[in-house]
Design a protein around this ligand. Structure first.
Ligand code: SAM
Length: 197
């Protein structure tokens, strides 16, 4: 990824963050507790919302994104440790985490089922998985439009799939879905899960 892209990402997100996104992120991240893992932290947009955790281990494969995030760590009241890693191969022992947070990430992860299983491996029994994702919409015409746009969108937006059905992937990978909340007509979902193992 080009070095300028993290700055473009932050600038593009600013109007959205000022509106409902800020509230959605805060509401979701406040639910994390104990030892937390964040997947694909990007420029660190969630870091300031952690309240009820002991520490956060945060992974991101792209060092250009991580550079921006370092500035945000200074504003956080919680200890946050950064790792360069992919969700499909996490550098942590089994049963390590009480909560896992991922926002706007599962659209981009190349092997989402493998990632969800890997997250389950490092999660304690009963751990929470807290997701905020844009997803394939149920509405037929919108769903078809998302599918048609995905090949070009993927090239422009760092591998992002507009038509990813993250809720179905989560269910298929063995997580117990406890609560789903829909935003913007079903374009965005928060998905709250529990590790049943
Ligand atoms: C749209 S950004 C979201 C960043 C941040 N979570 C947020 O809410 O603003 C998607 C992020 O997923 C990361 N990513 C891509 N492939 C990944 C993978 N296999 N594992 C973990 N993160 C990945 C990208 O590098 C990028 O930082």
């Amino acid at each position: 990824m080009a070095g300028w892209l993290p700055h473009v990402y932050d600038a593009a997100m600013k109007p959205l963050e000022k509106t409902r996104f800020e509230k959605i992120r805060a509401g979701l991240v406040h639910k994390a507790q104990g030892r937390a893992l964040e997947i694909g932290f990007g420029t660190g947009a969630n870091f300031r919302y952690y309240r009820n955790v002991e520490q956060v281990d945060a992974i991101e494969p792209n060092p250009a994104m991580a550079k921006q995030a370092v500035k945000r760590i200074r504003k956080s009241r919680i200890p946050i440790r950064l790792y360069q890693a992919k969700a499909e191969q996490l550098p942590f022992a089994d049963n390590s985490f009480d909560s896992v947070v991922a926002t706007l990430v599962f659209c981009t992860i190349p092997e989402p089922i493998r990632a969800l299983q890997e997250i389950q491996r490092v999660s304690k029994p009963g751990a929470k998985l807290l997701l905020f994702e844009h997803v394939k919409m149920d509405q037929k015409i919108m769903g078809k439009t998302q599918k048609a746009l995905t090949p070009i969108w993927k090239k422009l937006c760092d591998g992002c799939h507009l038509d990813r059905d993250t809720l179905e992937l989560v269910k298929a990978s063995g997580w117990e879905v406890q609560k789903v909340t829909s935003y913007y007509g079903g374009l965005f979902l928060t998905i709250e899960c529990r590790n049943p193992q």
